[in-house]
Design a protein around this ligand. Structure first.
Ligand code: ACO
Length: 317
């Protein structure tokens, strides 16, 4: 597998920490110090599907392809306005593709899980060109009265076009069922027969536990991949990490002993946009001219589940 195009789209409404101070018992100082986040883009008038489509079209253009060249679409999404049809079906119609599509939910690690499926499809020659779209609106899962969670998230979409190649050097996925540290339950329609208790509450997160799992698992995954491939850590151009929180990013960097300039971040501008964070940051590096053919990149992400995904790729463009 190799990545041949990237794209991203963010909502127009940017909410600064100062704006949050107006209705929450919080401060720019607390949020900046604990998370590094200064602002986040949240959905207002847009639909998530439109951002997904915008990101997808940019990735197609970057790849020099049209929707007709795509023969499989994988959409990573945790929540959107539709339970059914899948978001990937909506994206397919709006970009004008005709191929099969599927949605996956591996939370914030969704991009790497999608890459893994894409690699398998390409390996067994069931597809030639695959579009991965990660589109997320976590701002709709949190209570905006809860200062512990709503300050952390933003909305957005990131996309990548992948095709056959041997640039994916290694990939590692894990799931460990740890469902009480981070969850959000959807409210379902009542029936005349429901007799069990059903709770509906906004996103629940045990922040400190998530923090520890995130740092430990990301360091473990990255070390395993470097060992497995024999690639020298010094030869990695960038460590493209899930953008959940600047302190998590810095802790991973410190434990791995990596220089600051090798760990790009944009969490300060977008907050945590779940699985869209990684392809959106990759797109920023790509369009900013920071990537060159042959550069070795590490990706690592972690999310609710608890899921983790990491891989090493060589930049192909
Ligand atoms: N403003 C001001 N005070 C706050 C805020 C806020 N926005 N949020 C929490 N506090 C208060 C708490 O109420 C608490 O007050 P108390 O001592 O009077 O009870 C105090 O700050 C400390 O709260 P903690 O939760 O212990 O603070 P902590 O230092 O752990 O920071 C944070 C909280 C930022 C959530 C941290 O735990 C964290 O970064 N966790 C990782 C979670 C994360 O990034 N999740 C992203 C989603 S998951 C994913 O992408 C994998």
């Amino acid at each position: 597998m190799k990545i041949i195009g990237t794209g991203a789209a963010h909502p127009t409404c940017s909410v600064t920490n100062e704006m949050l101070e107006k209705f929450l018992d919080t401060s720019d100082e607390w949020i900046t110090e604990r998370t590094g986040i200064k602002e986040r883009c949240v959905i207002s008038s847009e639909k998530l599907e439109d951002m997904a489509v915008a990101a997808a079209n940019k990735a197609l253009e970057d790849a020099g392809m049209t929707a007709a060249d795509i023969d499989y679409i994988i959409c990573s999404n945790v929540v959107n306005e539709y339970v059914t049809p899948a978001l990937s079906c909506i994206i397919q119609g709006k970009i004008g593709a005709t191929c099969p599509t599927v949605d996956i939910n591996a939370a914030c690690a969704g991009f790497i899980f999608a890459m893994d499926i894409a690699e398998d499809k390409l390996q067994c020659k069931k597809a030639k060109n695959i579009l991965i779209v990660c589109a997320e609106e976590p701002s709709r899962m949190v209570s905006w009265q809860n200062r512990s969670t709503c300050v952390l998230f933003g909305d957005g979409a990131g996309a990548a076009v992948v095709t056959a190649g041997d640039e994916l050097k290694a990939i590692r996925l894990t799931t460990s069922s740890l469902t009480d540290v981070l969850y959000y339950q959807r409210k379902l329609e009542p029936t005349p027969y429901i007799s069990k208790d059903e709770n509906f509450e906004p996103l629940v997160m045990r922040g400190r536990e998530v923090f520890k799992h995130a740092v430990t698992s990301s360091c473990r995954d990255i070390r395993k991949l470097l060992n497995e491939t024999g690639i020298d850590a010094n030869d990695i151009k960038y460590y493209v990490l899930h953008q959940a929180n600047r302190r998590i990013i810095d802790s991973i960097r410190n434990f791995l002993g990596v220089e600051e300039e090798k760990v790009p971040h944009n969490v300060e501008r977008y907050g945590n946009i779940s699985s869209a964070a990684l392809p959106a940051l990759l797109d920023e590096l790509n369009r900013g001219g920071k990537l060159h053919k042959g550069d070795k990149l590490v990706f690592s992400a972690f999310g609710a589940g608890f899921t983790t995904g990491a891989c090493i790729i060589e930049w192909a463009k």
